[in-house]
Design a protein around this ligand. Structure first.
Ligand SMILES: [Zn+2]
Length: 116
């Protein structure tokens, strides 16, 4: 359940940004999650439900967007999308590929209500 610690750090970051902005509450949190992180969305939502109460994010809407894994071939230079289990080059079958996207996990945007 690494989702719990991921969500805890997301909420900590959101809380800090929201407080810096003088927000009264957070209305929406948008996350970008690479598929290679093997994050289970249901577990993220469960962690959010468990951790958000008594924070500014308590009533926020959580949305998550996935990023497909992408690699670049070291042999032929091809740049291609793939799934979590197949990363050989579709052009030359080389296994000498380098992951260029799909491991990210970051807060895209947050929406807040400002305190009056
Ligand atoms: Zn190739």
């Amino acid at each position: 359940m690494h989702e719990f610690s991921l969500m805890q750090s997301v909420l900590n970051d959101v809380e800090a940004s929201a407080r810096d902005a003088g927000a009264e509450r957070v209305t929406e949190i948008k996350l970008v999650v690479g598929e290679m992180r093997e994050v289970v969305f249901e577990a993220m939502e469960f962690a959010f439900e468990a951790l958000a109460p008594h924070t500014l994010s308590e009533h926020a809407q959580l949305t998550m967007r996935t990023v497909k894994p992408r690699s670049r071939c070291s042999q032929c230079g091809d740049d291609f999308e793939h799934d979590r289990f197949h990363w050989s080059c579709p052009t030359c079958d080389s296994l000498a590929t380098e992951l260029v996207a799909g491991k990210e996990l970051y807060i895209d945007t947050i929406e807040v209500d400002l305190a009056k």
